[in-house]
Design a protein around this ligand. Structure first.
Ligand code: BV8
Length: 225
């Protein structure tokens, strides 16, 4: 029975060298969100979008899980069946650190899907729009990523877990993207204790019962210990 629900964002992977979105030199300061993280942008220029995600897939493959990812994997091992990680991140650093119960609500760099038939499959290092779909052979391949305006994955499972949670922890997220940014309110309504662990106060820090600020690689192991 899940008792501890943990929401992670780009900040937990920052010390593994993967860019965040809204920090000073973040991804959205270098790329136009509308061009690379919306279905309309993909329809306009699939090659640009694939280039954006191929670069992030290469970076993620070279990145190493940090002490924060490792601490969450230790927590799950110590509390079998009680810990769920809901990540907004599309990297696989939680899994590579040893976490097993992970839901990628915004999709995964390691997956591709077919815009024609919806079939999903493990992505090779490089994806291109004309990569043929293994199921229907259409050349309409897209990264298996949830873009702005698309419905996040696993929402029913996420809301059920939050309703049953005793503790909700948000790590490394600015609280600027919905519906993830509202999970803390859902958790409080369910009676859970809520804790923010972030480099600095997020946009939703006032929704949390408790907040600790600092680098994830320091404050997450200290919290798990
Ligand atoms: C949807 C693609 C319908 C993958 C992403 C109200 C209700 C519902 C929807 C909306 C709403 N208002 C607006 C919307 C629409 C929209 C939205 O939220 N827009 C925003 C801009 C206002 N939402 C959507 O379209 C979503 N779909 O709503 O469907 C629906 C409605 C209701 C219920 C269900 C469904 C789809 C959103 C998904 C979009 N895809 N990315 C990719 O390219 O990666 S979002 C993108 O932002 C990433 O996924 C990322 O994870 C996410 C959130 O960003 P963060 O992870 O928080 O990263 P950020 O850089 O912002 O912050 C990093 C934080 O870390 C900072 O606070 C920093 O201080 C901290 N940090 C940095 N270093 C460290 C650190 N902390 C600790 N240690 C460190 N070392």
């Amino acid at each position: 029975m899940t008792k501890i629900v943990i929401l992670t964002g780009a900040g937990i992977s920052a010390e593994s060298g993967l860019g965040t979105f809204r920090d000073i030199d973040g991804l959205w300061s270098r790329y136009d969100l509308d061009e690379v993280a919306t279905p309309e942008g993909f329809a306009r220029n699939p090659a640009l979008v694939h280039e954006f995600y191929n670069a992030r897939r290469r970076n993620a493959a070279e990145a190493i899980p940090n002490a924060a990812h490792a601490a969450l994997a230790r927590l799950e091992a110590a509390r079998p069946g009680e810990v769920l990680i809901i990540t907004q991140n599309i990297d696989d650093l939680h899994e590579r650190a040893g976490s097993r119960n992970v839901l990628h609500m915004h999709g995964q760099l390691t997956r591709a899907c077919c815009a024609a038939c919806g079939h999903g499959w493990s992505a090779p290092a490089e994806l291109h729009a004309d990569t043929p779909c293994p199921a229907c052979a259409a050349q309409a391949t897209r990264p298996d990523i949830v873009w702005f305006g698309e419905f996040p994955y696993h929402m029913e499972e996420i809301w059920a877990a939050i309703r049953a949670a005793e503790l909700f922890v948000a790590i490394g997220t600015s609280g600027s993207v919905y519906p993830a940014a509202a999970f803390v309110q859902d958790a409080r309504r369910a009676g859970a204790h809520t804790l923010e662990l972030n480099l600095e106060p997020s946009q939703t820090v006032s929704d949390f019962t408790e907040a600790r600020h600092g680098r994830a690689s320091a404050i997450v192991p200290a919290w798990v210990a």
